[in-house]
Design a protein around this ligand. Structure first.
Ligand code: ZN
Length: 465
């Protein structure tokens, strides 16, 4: 997403934005304190530190006026999920609004990092540390905003609920528990997720567009295996596991899934077309008007950045076969990774692939759970509130609905019936994107923007009747 937006850097220069922040120096300092402490808990998989981070956050919230009754920490194995309820007066008559983040991080090996990954440090306008971006920034800005609103005496017209998971980067067991087992207890209408969406900045720092992530493609990997009696390679037989697998792979290579569109991708291409311009921009505009336009589809599918937004993709990613150089292979296996357009189940995509290959002797296996997650409708109340919040900082900035190929907690939230919108408060250059990688960093300048973003959204949505 960020990358695709960088094409539009020239246009961004036309945008004039920026306004005084509502977040005070004290708010910023408090957020940095929470973020730095959160980073110091090494919450990678298997270390048992997520419950400690949750307990720390609970302590901060209680100091700020939240009660034991408002806070639930749900232990699950070595990790935990967390729910924090900011009680409303119920005057809107509506269910609550969820605000999501995850407390765990991807592993970071200190010997590979230039700086100690679990000690947050500031250098040249950046905070460095594992999780400063993904997703402890979401955790700390949401908690800091809850504390500020409480201190201001704000009483929302409906409950605002923090929904924090503890293994987003690994098994998503806490995500599943919160989505399915605690669904009724959490009792919300929809979720705003800090772990996706946000604004992309041009190299000169001006914002290009703000993305609302309203859908995720389903991630599903399939293993296809051909078996064979094998034998000695000096006495070859006509049928061969490696040749059979290669034939099947060539058929998958030649196959293209049909073009698909939804409300989000149509608005994405319609919005981005005039901004991107040129042949690609014209193809976006044409495809948004008519998804049957073969020429436009061809141009978009030739681009690794846009092909995923035009339909399901499946691609070979791994290969293994044979066991000795002088033996006929007894088995050959390929892995096919698919990113499935919302609305189609993994099993249906598997059936399509089987049909394409047309070899009943091949054994197929779905790896992982292949949870399908529906696209979330672009609700006016959410889009309007996010637009108002973004425009308070940067008037007129383009708002771009987005379908990601990724996988966040949002896939289970959506599958459980909660529409979910990735709307992070991050304003960042693509060149600063080091999430999951070495030397993860956060531009210090985005802290007040994110605090304003959440404060604006919670007071706006939380005041509506
Ligand atoms: Zn994340």
């Amino acid at each position: 997403m960020y990358k695709s937006l960088m094409h539009t850097a020239a246009v961004a220069a036309l945008l004039i934005g920026g306004s005084a922040h509502a977040a005070s120096d004290a708010d910023i300092a408090k957020t940095r304190e929470i973020l730095g402490t959160a980073v110091s808990f090494e919450t990678s998989k298997g270390l048992g530190n997520v419950p400690k981070l949750a307990a720390y956050l609970a302590g901060e919230l209680k100091k700020g006026g939240f009660t034991d009754e408002d806070i639930a920490i749900i232990p699950m194995g070595e990790t935990a999920g967390m729910i924090v309820r900011y009680k409303g007066d119920g005057s809107s008559g509506k269910k609550g609004i969820g605000f999501a983040a995850h407390m765990d991080v991807v592993e970071a090996d200190p010997k590979d990092w230039e700086r100690e990954p679990f000690t947050m440090v500031e250098e040249d306008g950046y905070l460095f540390g594992r999780g400063v971006l993904d997703c402890k920034f979401g955790v700390s800005t949401l908690v800091a905003t809850f504390l500020k609103l409480k201190a201001e005496g704000f009483v929302p017209t409906r409950d605002l609920v923090l929904v924090f998971t503890g293994d987003e980067e690994s098994g998503m067991e806490t995500t599943k528990a919160l989505s399915y087992d605690y669904h009724d207890k959490i009792d919300i209408e929809y979720i705003l997720n800090s772990d996706a969406g946000g604004a992309a900045l041009a190299p000169d720092g001006t914002p290009v567009a703000y993305a609302i992530q309203a859908a995720e493609k389903t991630y599903a990997s399939f293993e296809m295996t051909v078996t064979n009696p094998g034998g000695h390679s000096s006495r070859p037989r006509k049928d061969n596991a490696i040749y059979d697998l290669a034939t099947a792979l060539k058929k998958i290579e030649a196959f293209e899934f049909p073009a698909e569109v939804n409300e989000i991708t149509t608005r994405y291409f319609a919005t981005l077309g005039p901004i991107v311009g040129g042949e690609t921009g014209a193809a976006m505009t044409a495809f948004a008007k008519n998804p049957k336009d073969k020429k436009a589809l061809g141009i978009l599918r030739a681009s690794p950045e846009y092909v995923g937004t035009t339909g399901t993709t499946c691609i070979a990613t791994m290969l293994k076969g044979g066991h000795a150089e002088n033996a006929l292979p007894q088995a050959a296996t390929a892995t096919i990774n698919c990113r499935i357009f919302p609305g189609t189940k993994a099993e249906e995509t598997l059936a399509t692939l089987k049909g394409v290959v047309g070899n009943d002797a091949i054994e197929w296996k779905l790896l992982g759970d292949g949870t399908a997650s529906p696209a979330s409708p672009l609700r006016d109340d959410v889009v309007d509130a996010v637009t108002a919040s973004v425009h308070a900082a940067y008037p007129g900035l383009t708002i771009l609905p987005q379908m990601e190929s990724g996988g966040t907690d949002g896939k289970h939230y959506r599958a459980s019936g909660w529409p979910t919108y990735g709307i992070s408060g991050i304003y960042m250059k693509m060149s600063d994107m080091f999430a999951h990688g070495l030397n993860e960093r956060l531009p210090v300048a985005t802290i007040p923007l994110a605090l304003d973003h959440w404060h604006h959204l919670m007071t706006n949505l939380g005041s509506q009747k």
